[in-house]
Ligand binder design. Structure first.
Ligand code: AMP
Length: 298
């Protein structure tokens, strides 16, 4: 009998496969017949620690033998005219490394022609009224375009679990609603927002901020935290505390600050009690940023 080595406790070193087509993705994601849990993390690339947290959560969920796919696709359908589709950062080689280091098996980075082979789709998914408020009011059609690609990527990747960040709270709520309303066979899991030490929520768009703008942007998370500190005094106090921080802040053009019932994404009335999301959207220079915090309002 061999005096046998103990099984190694070292984490499995993965090599993520990069695929650009559905035909290559399928055998890469399901290399054998064995049924294992699998998960998908959908991104637009320019990956950072926020995305890494989603990928690690996905890996943890499916276990060492499960399969994790990361999609990297800047979806033209969810960008409106005059938005930053053309300048959206594209860093695929670094994205593959980050995905791999955090537990991905496959990175699926298709071109628009692969996702929309017949050009602009005729049949659409509509987010409905939930997609017309807040982000949807400023970005008409954004959530319809987002749902279109999420639905397609769910069909292509066919996962047991799909991970989304709470950073995009309205997106997460609408995706959950689509999955429930259209009977998608997937469990949607939300992951808390990852921030810099000084509070700035990580975002692929932060790289567009000058040093001065980055400092000015800190007022957004400060306002949210001030609002959350007032949660025990009710919705009005939350709004007032957050507004007081934003009022007169330098370099910020506020789009909205709202206390929201996360179920259906409507403004929480003054007598609201329970779990709420305080969300903010603002332009800092020419860069539009969003952020939010969860709280229990009394
Ligand atoms: P994006 O590439 O910006 O479309 O984001 C892809 C996914 O990562 C979405 O589910 C986002 O909510 C999530 N995400 C982006 N930034 C963060 C962050 N700072 N913390 C946690 N999740 C994030």
């Amino acid at each position: 009998m061999s005096r046998g080595k103990q099984p190694s406790k070292a984490p499995k070193v993965r090599k993520a496969v990069l695929t650009h087509t559905i035909a290559d993705f399928e055998p890469a994601f399901w290399p054998d017949e064995q049924p294992v849990d699998n998960a998908v993390v959908m991104t637009m690339g320019a990956l950072h620690e926020g995305h890494a947290a989603l990928i690690r959560a996905a890996r943890k969920q499916v276990g060492a033998d499960g399969r994790v796919a990361v999609t990297v696709f800047v979806n033209p359908l969810q960008f409106g005219e005059g938005e930053d589709l053309d300048r959206y950062p594209r860093t695929l080689a670094a994205d593959v490394r980050l995905a791999e280091e955090n537990g991905a098996d496959v990175v699926f980075a298709p071109l628009p022609e692969e996702v929309y082979p017949n050009g602009t789709p005729q049949v659409r998914i509509a987010a409905g009224p939930m997609g017309e408020r807040f982000e949807g009011a400023t970005r008409p059609g954004h959530f319809d375009g987002m749902l279109m690609v999420v639905a397609k990527l769910l069909h292509i990747t066919d996962p047991d679990f799909a991970f989304f960040g709470e950073k995009d709270a309205q997106q997460l709520a609408i995706v959950r609603r689509m999955v429930a309303d259209l009977d998608f066979d997937v469990e949607v899991i939300g992951v808390p927002t990852i921030r810099e030490e000084d509070g700035l929520a990580l975002s692929s768009r932060n790289r567009f901020l000058s040093e001065q703008e980055r400092t000015q942007a800190l007022v957004l998370s400060k306002a949210l935290l001030a609002g959350r500190d007032a949660a025990a005094q009710g919705p009005k106090a939350v709004r007032e505390a957050a507004s007081a921080v934003l009022d007169g802040a330098d370099g910020i053009t506020l789009d909205y600050l709202a206390l929201i019932d996360p179920e259906d994404f409507v403004e929480a009335p003054d007598d609201f009690q329970g779990e709420a999301v305080l969300a903010v959207a603002a332009k800092v220079g020419s860069t539009r940023l969003i952020d939010n915090v969860h709280m229990i309002v009394r």
